[in-house]
Design a protein around this ligand. Sequence first.
Ligand code: ADP
Ligand code: ADP
Length: 232
Amino acid sequence: MISIKDVKKIYSSKKGQVKAVDEVNLEIKEGEIFGVIGYSGAGKSTLIRMLNGLELPTQGSVTVAGNEVSKIKGSKLRKARQEISMIFQHFNLLWSRTVRENIAFPLEIAGVSRQERLKRVDELIKLVGLEGREDAYPSQLSGGQKQRVGIARALANNPKVLLCDEATSALDPQTTDSILELLVDINERLGLTIVLITHEMHVIRKICHRVAVMEGGKIVEIGPVLDVFKNP
Ligand code: ADP
Ligand code: ADP
């Protein structure tokens, strides 16, 4: 489902060059929940941003759901991105729009008819457990509810891959667990491939099938979670 080949990302500025991602090779299978863990500055955000074409690699290729996202541009990239959704630490919701309108937003952009949108939004609200909150504004929601809106919005166009950028880092432990349980449910029910980046071991242990440990732009360890984090 995801193939990262010989990827390097170098940021250049007046202050010099930063090797954010350095010679990374990675294959992620359909239906996998794959975690990337590492300290701040390890290159996790850069890596996940290359998976949906938000950043271009300096070298190498990135292919997601059959699209070489490191190569395509314009309308082709926009179309590919409908299959590669993302959720964020700070949710990135539209604050002047209701829950329903936030979730409908990517459907509007994709040109889905009003009648279809209403039906799809209702399904998504049920899927993420937000019944009764349809007409609330983001400011009226708890952190966990905001992330549920983020997840529903990300799933609106039936993506093949869900990217999670520190998606539970702004939440308390109990809310974190309920969001992680929702992600497992979605993975199992929809067969969605999930890639998440985090600095929290708990998140990896709770839901990931495999994990890569990043340090200084490189993957320094990779394998099933129980092998990588086995107790000595
Ligand atoms: P993270 O939580 O992933 O460490 P940061 O807070 O470091 O994120 O960075 C937030 C945003 O700023 C990201 O989009 C990242 O790409 C960008 N960024 C990080 N470091 C730099 C830098 N040295 N110069 C310019 N932009 C940066
Ligand atoms: P992580 O997500 O693991 O915290 P990042 O991918 O955000 O790591 O950052 C990796 C390195 O690249 C850091 O040294 C960071 O400062 C640098 N970096 C990230 N984004 C940018 C950017 N847009 N411009 C310059 N440097 C950046």
